[in-house]
Design a protein around this ligand. Structure first.
Ligand SMILES: N[C@@H](CCC(=O)N[C@@H](CS)C(=O)NCC(=O)O)C(=O)O
Length: 212
């Protein structure tokens, strides 16, 4: 048995975050496909028994008695501790990483995923609600682009789980109507991420399942 099982599916940028961390850190892991889009499996009693928030991703750590962890930021923090990679080396770095993880979940991933869902998967990108998400998404993208001016990585002088969290949805700019060359600091950061040893795209490592 692998050390870790990740409940995930290809279209989930939130699942890509821990999947990429598992790959980059060389962990022994297995992807367990969740029939999210057609089957709504995440709302089933069986899935809620694993994660009462009814959200993907969930990591099962078999080295810790099948410990189940949800929330990508918590999973990333756990894996950084377990693998001793991509984590903080000082208290100041710990605070900075947490600051970006929280901001990513709320403002960056939060608005990108909401706009992407409405525009790409529901075909409702022109509605007022979607355009509101889009405006907030663009604002967050500008914030990250400005932060990356003159620096290689988000929270430290090396890649950390903050970078791994923020990249979650970034490989699909066409899904949310963005061209990264309009945000050159993000474009250069994404190229640095893609050059990391063991880097993989979501399509390389996340499962589609039989109905996808
Ligand atoms: N903050 C959570 C977000 C997880 C999340 O929203 N996952 C989506 C799939 S990408 C989900 O399960 N949504 C279920 C729902 O909203 O009902 C994390 O980072 O893990």
């Amino acid at each position: 048995m692998a050390d870790y099982t990740l409940h995930c599916f290809l279209e989930s940028g939130n699942a890509y975050k821990p999947a990429l961390m598992l790959e980059l850190s060389g962990a022994d892991w297995h992807a367990q496909w969740v029939d999210f889009i057609k089957g709504g499996e995440h709302r089933s009693p069986e899935f809620r028994a694993v994660n009462n928030m009814a959200e993907v991703p969930v990591l099962i750590d078999h080295t810790e008695g099948d410990l189940a962890i949800s929330q990508s930021g918590v999973i990333l923090t756990h894996l950084a501790e377990k693998t001793d990679q991509f984590g903080a080396q000082t208290k100041a770095e710990e605070r900075e990483i947490l600051r970006w993880l929280l901001w990513d979940n709320h403002k960056f991933t939060g608005n990108i995923s909401a706009y992407r869902f409405m525009a790409k998967f529901m075909g409702k990108g022109d509605t007022e609600t979607a355009q509101n998400y889009k405006a907030r998404m663009i604002s967050a993208i500008k914030t990250l682009n400005a932060h990356l001016d003159g620096r290689d990585w988000v929270a430290a002088d090396r890649p950390t789980i903050a970078d791994i969290s923020l990249i979650g949805y970034c490989t699909w700019p066409d899904h949310f109507d963005v061209i990264w060359s309009d945000y050159p600091n993000i474009e250069a950061w994404l190229q640095r991420m893609a050059a990391l040893p063991n880097y993989k795209t979501p399509e390389d490592i996340l499962p589609t399942g039989p109905t996808a």
